[in-house]
Design a protein around this ligand. Structure first.
Ligand code: MOS
Length: 752
């Protein structure tokens, strides 16, 4: 049992106490494979008879293909086939299990919905030959003017949808003594993981093997089976290593189906790698958002009414909602609340989740509005948050399983030195630069889904764990090894972890900050099952020192089998027992359900929380702005690996600097071309842009998250960074930037 801050007692499932391996700052077990170039990413697979595919991308964003002439391309040396709408053969929409990125299969018709849309695929013996062939395909279009407008005030595809509602915001807002009514915008942002998307597709006459860069091998399998029209049994998806994805690799994109179709057509392995340029059109982006916020409050800073009316752009081919109201209904206590959403169609590729989808742009609006309200009230922005804190999720009318946001504020304020802040604009200096200090709250959902895993304890003293999930690069391999080690006492160096293969038992997507919380209970169950098998072998084998004993009296720790009431040292190494029994290994399986299947969890609202404190330096003499310092405190449940968790959050802070100051995908209004579709023009933060970063975890187990009480922390670190930056920019300059990213030209009207 644990008590939460309001004194409620919560029944807890947490059974694992402190441990030397859980929470340790352990280096990634796959680190050496990566630093030595041994780790194989999707495009690293080179197979006998393999050929190369290069897509042809549309050069208009709206219209139709009038003619597509492949004759010249097909005559070029090494060219095997040029696929297009007229000859691709059947590819299907998905109607069953699984989530695809685009509703529509590639080459479905001759309509062009966005710039860069695939119109043909050239396949040749070498990459260079395929590139030449793709360039030689002649496409003529009937083009119409595309709509890529960044102003989202126009036509809606449907009436605004109420996402959340309580009380009466009409009366609540109009009667409030202090009112704020402002609109905030966030731009389209493109996922730019280090590793670009790639597929190596192998058709053997009956089955497909797809080497992918995927955040979800099981879902990729389910989707591709439907798109390709083959039974699930005839596809295997492999993603051993992933150079990150940020959400862009959660769901399959058209290139995977194209590579597979080409492989089936030619009966040869096909490699299709996307260029960085294609990444800006064809594999998703965070959609542009426009959010009107209306806040009503008392003079004392008590929120009376909160309204959020947001819109996001989406593609012509799909209706993707960016869930900007994710955190709004439960972050603060407020009696009157209304959140609405609406979609605006644009000639852009289909949007997809990007780290903290919805909540991250949503919190930019909500937390910016809170900062502006604090300024109206002449109140410290941290004090305003404290006055409106809640331990009840007022939308669901349920307590939080674990909410320690106030501690995040307290720890963060202390580490940052917030009490030394002087509120007047431009009042803080360091040498020639003006300092701005800003803060914001962070929040992201905490979930776990169902999972199966296997653990094998082998007679050579090593162990093996496997699951059909994957490691996006954040440390999932390592977490598996830590848990097996925690349960058995076998050192991490002797534990092999096998992931990234859809033929393994089903595991979760690496997304939504749910993978760690999801796999932990399954690994524990599998490890405990393996230990049970081992103990059964130990009591049955003649010659075993435990022969004839009851398994009930035995346990395993430090890699040794021993009596429960005695130390590990008194026992026998488990591999010796297996050898005595002449048994090769003891294995176990674990299968666990998600939060939805846990009836206790139904009584609670589960979320992670955090506080962001940011310092900017503004040099008015040369109009230079940089983020100099960030203090981030995260309430993310029990932390399993302090090193990988800290890496995750520090990386998210850097991404937040990108969101705040640098990143935006710019679509040319004349033709819909994302004109900054390269690393020279789409600016992501480098080391030089990165602030000094201080990451702290409260490390308080969440009683609803199972054995260890761990929540995922992949996304929460980005939440709140951008509004803390714009709050700090206001504090330094007196300029309120409500449209991201902050540009130096926005600051030319700075008061100081
Ligand atoms: Mo994350 S946007 O769920 O990869």
């Amino acid at each position: 049992m644990v008590e939460n801050m309001s004194g409620q007692t919560i029944k807890t499932e947490i059974t694992a106490g402190p441990s030397k391996i859980i929470g340790a700052a352990l280096p990634r077990i796959d680190g050496p494979l990566k630093t030595t170039g041994t780790a194989k990413y999707a495009s690293d697979y080179h197979l006998p008879r393999m050929v190369y595919a290069v897509p042809v991308c549309s050069t208009i964003a709206n219209g139709k293909i009038r003619s597509l002439d492949t004759a010249a391309a097909e005559k070029l040396p090494g060219v095997l086939v040029v696929l297009h709408h007229g000859n691709i053969g059947p590819l299907f929409r998905i109607a069953g299990h699984g989530r695809n990125s685009e509703d529509r299969p590639p080459f479905e018709d001759e309509v062009i919905y966005y710039w860069g849309q695939y119109v043909a695929l050239a396949v040749a013996e070498t990459f260079e030959q395929a590139q030449a062939a793709a360039a030689a395909v002649r496409v003529q279009y009937d083009a119409e003017k595309p709509n890529v407008s960044t102003v989202l005030n126009d036509e809606l595809s449907a009436a605004p949808n109420t996402e959340s509602k309580r009380g009466d915001t009409e009366a609540g807002f109009s009667g409030a003594p202090v009112q704020l009514d402002e609109t905030y915008s966030t731009p389209a942002e493109t996922h730019n993981p280090m590793e670009m998307h790639a597929t190596v597709a192998v058709w053997d006459g009956k089955k497909f093997t797809l080497y992918e860069s995927s955040q979800g091998v099981m879902n990729h399998l389910a989707v591709m089976a439907q798109v390709l029209g083959v039974p699930k049994e005839n596809i295997q998806v492999i993603s051993k290593f992933i150079g990150s994805g940020f959400g862009g690799k959660l769901f399959p994109w058209p290139h995977s189906a194209l590579a597979a179709a080409a492989s089936r057509r030619l009966n040869r392995p096909v490699k299709l790698t996307l260029s960085r340029k294609m990444m800006f059109s064809n594999v998703g982006h965070r959609p542009r958002t426009q959010q009107r916020m209306r806040l009503g409050a008392t003079q004392e800073g008590k929120l009376l009414s909160l309204q959020q009316d947001y819109r996001n752009h989406t593609s012509l081919t799909d209706s993707i909602k960016e869930n900007c109201g994710e955190a709004t209904p439960f972050l603060y206590s407020v009696a009157n609340l209304h959140v609405t959403s609406a979609l605006v169609k644009r000639n852009v590729g289909t949007p997809t989740p990007m780290r903290g989808p919805g909540a991250v742009p949503g919190l930019f609006a909500l937390e910016s509005a809170m900062d502006e309200l604090a300024i109206k009230l002449k109140m410290d922005p941290l004090e305003l948050r404290l006055r409106n804190d809640t331990l009840i999720d007022e939308e669901k009318n349920k307590p939080f399983s674990s909410r320690h946001l106030k501690e995040c504020y307290a720890v963060g304020a202390e580490k940052f030195g917030w009490s030394r802040r002087t509120p007047a604009v431009g009042s803080m200096r360091r040498g020639d630069v003006i300092l701005g200090w800003g803060m914001a709250a962070a929040s992201w959902g905490a979930g776990r889904s169902g999972c199966e895993a296997s653990v094998t304890l082998k007679s050579d003293g090593t162990a093996y764990a496997s699951c059909g999930t994957q490691d996006i690069g954040t440390g999932t391999y390592t977490v598996f090894a830590q848990v097996v080690s925690d349960r058995t006492g076998i050192p991490v160096s002797k534990i092999e972890v096998v992931l990234g293969d859809s033929s393994l038992k089903p595991g979760p997507i690496s997304g939504g900050s749910t993978a760690t919380a999801t796999v932990l209970p399954a690994i524990v169950a599998a490890a405990d099952d393996a230990i049970q098998s081992l103990l059964t072998i130990a009591v049955k084998a003649k010659g075993s020192p435990f022969f004839g004993k009851s398994t009930e009296t035995l346990t395993m720790s430090d890699g040794r089998i021993h009596a429960k009431d005695q130390t590990a040292a008194s026992g026998v190494a488990y591999e010796d027992v297996l050898k005595m029994a002449k048994v090769g290994y003891a294995s176990g399986d674990g299968k666990t359900g998600g939060l939805g299947t846990d009836t206790k969890a139904h009584d609670y609202s589960t979320h992670s929380f955090g506080a962001q404190f940011v310092e900017v330096e503004w040099d008015p003499g040369i109009a230079k702005l940089r983020v100099s310092r960030a203090v981030c405190v995260i309430d993310g449940g029990r932390i399993i690996n302090m090193k990988t968790a800290t890496n995750q959050v520090a990386g998210a802070i850097v991404m937040g600097v990108g969101m705040g100051l640098l990143e935006q995908t710019v679509y040319d209004p004349r033709n819909g071309h994302p004109i900054n579709d390269n690393f020279a023009d789409y600016i992501v933060p480098t080391s030089a842009d990165s602030p000094e970063i201080d990451v702290t975890f409260l490390d308080i187990p969440d009683p609803m998250m199972g054995v260890y009480g761990a929540r995922g922390i992949g996304e929460i670190g980005l939440a709140g960074v951008a509004p803390a930056i714009t709050a700090a920019v206001y504090h330094a300059t007196g300029v309120r930037v409500r449209e991201l990213p902050v540009r130096v030209e926005d600051l030319l009207t700075a008061r100081v």
